[in-house]
Design a protein around this ligand. Structure first.
Ligand code: SF4
Length: 457
């Protein structure tokens, strides 16, 4: 959609309604135009329903546009839509292609990290890129607007991290907790998913890789409080993809053997097919390799990641190497005809793996309202923010309505159980009410760890 057209629309509306109301109308018209593949000015003309712009009231025009943009939302949900101001990149600010192979354009290293093996590996991988020494990672901080476009995805920073890398998963207060621990090895990701929450959260223009993982793990063993008989998972995929850069970091070679005799299940979560390092490791059955998966039609929303077929082929090889596997249908994206795509994806999944599957999670698209602005600026072509989401007052996240989520979850559960009835399936970041509606008739006490451990779904 051209900037000139949007600028003209904005100017036309501003003369009549002033700045703030114009922003709301522009947002609605822009999204309708994209959903319906129509021109913004046509959408405005249709919404005027024969009235002149000078005569129509703002509330009338807004209501007409709201109903067209969200045809399935109830009136009370229409009041909770979030109409953020439009902030799109100009033609001269288009995002550079992210489909090239990963190669940093800048490398920084904390002086104290220089003697760790990771420093040597990075230097050998890109001898032509200067490695700049810094005292501390904080020196890289600068205003976010200066690095919004490439988001530091071509800058590596090697650090010595303090020992506070394990945290309980911060589930929203209104959702069912998953008793999951996060092991934060690294921050930032070479992939570029349109919905990635790091875009709202990340405050450093670099992919930060800790050099001192072994020291950290020794410290973590003393700190992690494990309750006897409790099924505990710990995962590294919160602020980074667990395996995308494993060919460089070789973290898996440290992590997997470390956890092989611990009373914890390590989950390495990825959208990659970087599994070569894993195949000959002694994992003791304690590591589960997990993939986030989505149908091929959404591949443009997960830029630079391995294609879903490649991920599933990698899963099969991990199954053959004796690992447990897990799959996250997350985010589930609602779009016309998506049920068929997800049905096909479930079929593909079970064509590749079956017995190794330890759990499957389902999570409908949700995102903090601040993410939308950053994501829209960086990925103006993305389709996924055009779904019918509305603001959930409990945690300020945009979600599809509970009814649509429940319908989608039930269908996914049905599809998965066609292939394996006792697959442990859980919902990510959902309320107890949604859980009960999806798994109706099943005893559920609000404990995801027990749910998975018993294979209860
Ligand atoms: S793989 Fe995960 S961390 Fe990386 S960009 Fe995608 S959502 Fe973000």
């Amino acid at each position: 959609m051209s900037h000139a057209v949007l600028a003209h629309l904005r100017e036309t509306l501003a003369e009549r309604f002033g700045k703030n109301k114009t922003e709301e109308l522009c947002r609605l018209i822009y999204e309708i135009a994209r959903r319906e593949e129509n021109e913004p000015l046509n959408i405005l003309t249709l919404a005027l329903e024969g009235s002149a712009l000078e005569q129509i009231r703002f509330t009338t025009l807004k209501q007409t546009l709201l109903k067209r943009r969200f045809p399935n939302l109830a009136p009370e949900d229409l009041k909770r839509t979030y109409l953020a101001p439009l902030h799109l990149p100009s033609e001269s600010e288009q995002i550079p292609s992210m489909r090239e192979l990963f190669k940093p354009t800048a490398i920084f290293i904390e002086k104290r990290a220089k003697h760790y093996p990771l420093a040597g590996r990075v230097m050998n991988a890109w001898p032509e890129v200067e490695m700049v020494e810094i005292e501390a990672i904080d020196e890289l901080r600068r205003p976010k607007k200066d690095w919004m476009k490439d988001f530091g995805k071509r800058t590596l920073a090697i650090s010595v991290e303090p020992f506070d890398l394990v945290k309980p998963c911060p589930c929203s207060t209104s959702t069912v907790s998953c008793n999951y621990y996060l092991l934060n090895i690294g921050y930032g990701c070479p992939y570029d998913c349109t919905y990635c929450y790091l875009q709202a959260y990340q405050n450093l223009p670099a992919i930060v890789l800790p050099a001192n993982l072994e020291e950290f793990l020794a410290h973590m063993d003393q700190k992690l409080e494990l309750k006897p008989g409790q099924f505990t998972r710990i995962g590294t995929g919160e602020y980074a993809d667990s395996l995308a850069l494993d060919w460089l970091t070789e973290y898996s070679k440290i992590l997997v053997p470390h956890f092989k005799d611990k009373a914890v299940t390590l989950e390495l979560k990825t959208k990659s097919d970087c599994i070569e390092n894993l195949l000959n490791l002694d994992h003791g059955g304690r590591t589960v390799i997990a993939w986030s998966v989505n149908p091929e039609r959404f591949c443009n929303e997960e830029k630079k990641t391995a294609a879903v077929q490649e991920r599933l082929r990698a899963a099969k090889r991990c199954e053959e190497a004796g690992y447990g596997t897990a799959f996250h249908f997350d985010p589930l994206i609602l779009a016309e005809g998506c049920e068929k795509d997800y049905e096909r994806l479930v079929e593909m999944l079970f064509d590749h793996v079956n017995e190794s599957i330890r759990w499957i999670s389902l999570g409908a698209l949700r995102f903090h309202k601040d993410l939308r602005r950053a994501a829209e600026y960086r990925h103006p072509e993305s389709q996924i923010f055009l779904g019918e989401g509305r603001l959930d007052p409990l945690d300020e996240k945009m979600r599809y309505t509970a009814d649509s989520r429940i319908r989608l979850y039930r269908e996914m559960v049905r599809q998965i159980q066609r292939y394996r009835q006792n697959t442990p399936i859980y919902l990510c970041m959902e309320s107890p009410e949604v859980w009960r509606s999806v798994f109706e008739g099943k005893p559920y006490q609000g404990k995801i760890d027990q749910w998975i451990a018993c294979g209860s779904s």
